[in-house]
Design a protein around this ligand. Structure first.
Ligand code: NCD
Length: 338
């Protein structure tokens, strides 16, 4: 756990290469725990993790809950629709209510970028000893997803010793709705920190030119980039240009719920240009793994046959890795709190 000094996990732009190494090593230890015998570790006994999810989730929330239980923490889940939010209680007062009940770890998902950061700062100011973990905020960031994607790729290239080094010099294509994707943004910070080359691919409406400079400087409010040399980022407009020479391809969901203008003509034409199929994948020139954070629009960004093909698809492996990676984050944050 050398050098880990994060009290909250909000955005991977704040992670050094050592931080990525720490998470990957710990996740590998948790992943390798025998499936039989004692499945629970006592590490978080007496701690309480509360999930505050203001947006839908299948994988993220349930895997955080399972991860906490595997570390013997107590788990509490908040459901916005049946809470006092509907009576006008503010988000911060809601969070404070759970902290007063003893929450040590708050896992927060919200449709507005910045909510986990604002909560973390407000709780720090009032002296509450609680760690905030961002489980997805608007278009901004989804750090635990970026980490589990990184872990999945690192294990693919180096099954016994997944580390940032396993990604150095690899070319990872991220294709699709980059504009609305907090997953793409978190992967950009993670992959470039490990020295991978990221090729972004999509139409101008879903991938504005400015993304070529996304990791060129730390985000506002962060003084320095903890990674001195990042891998390069390239932006291309066609899969025919993006795929030759790729080492992995990450597809993204078309986030229709976040599209407030007409950014697409039809789903069929999108699939024709940017949908990943076996034929398209062959352009890589060698067997290459395919990732997707889920949920998948089958036949839109990814052909169903490719999603279901275990020879190419790492999607189920990503889901399996949700648990050890989130265990690692919970463990590190709890340990940082003493
Ligand atoms: C992602 C999310 O919510 O940002 N899903 C996830 O956490 N597995 C991506 C998405 O919704 O498309």
């Amino acid at each position: 756990m050398s050098g880990w000094d994060h009290r909250h996990v909000i955005d991977l732009s704040a992670f050094s290469t050592d931080d990525f190494t720490t998470v990957l090593e710990l996740a590998q230890r948790f992943r390798n725990l025998p499936v039989t015998g004692t499945r629970k570790l006592p590490a978080l006994q007496g701690r309480l993790m509360t999930t505050l999810f203001f947006e839908a989730s299948t994988r993220t929330r349930s895997s955080f809950e399972l991860a906490a239980r595997r570390l013997s923490a107590d788990v509490q889940s908040f459901a916005p629709g049946s809470s006092s939010l509907v009576k006008g209680e503010s988000l911060l007062d809601t969070a404070r209510t759970y902290v007063a009940m003893g929450a040590n770890l708050l896992v927060v998902r919200h449709g507005c970028a910045g909510v986990p950061q604002i909560l973390a700062e407000a709780l720090d100011r009032s002296g509450d000893r609680v760690a905030v973990l961002n489980a997805g905020d608007g278009l901004h960031s989804h750090p635990s997803q970026g980490l589990l994607d990184l872990f999945t790729l690192a294990r693919h290239f180096s099954p016994d010793a997944p580390s940032p080094e396993a990604l150095r010099g690899r070319r990872v294509v991220i294709v699709g709705d980059v504009l609305h994707s907090r997953v793409a943004r978190s992967n950009l910070w993670a992959l470039t920190a490990c020295g991978a080359e990221v090729v972004l691919c999509g139409p101008p409406t879903l991938l504005p030119d400015q993304f070529a400079d996304f990791v060129a400087a730390p985000p506002p409010g962060q003084a320095v980039d903890p990674v001195p040399h990042r891998g390069p980022v390239r932006l291309v407009r066609s899969l025919e240009e993006a795929l030759p020479g790729a080492d992995a391809v990450m597809t993204l969901r078309l986030q229709k719920e976040r599209m407030h203008q007409h950014l697409l003509t039809t789903l069929e034409s999108y699939h024709r240009c940017y949908g990943l199929t076996h034929d398209r994948l062959a352009l890589c020139g060698r067997p290459v793994p395919v990732l997707h954070p889920g949920p998948v629009n089958r036949g839109v960004e990814l052909a169903g046959a490719l999603l279901d093909d275990p020879a190419c698809s790492l999607v189920e492996e990503q889901v399996r890795n949700c648990i050890p990676v989130r265990m690692a984050l919970l463990y590190l944050l709890a340990a940082a709190d003493g």
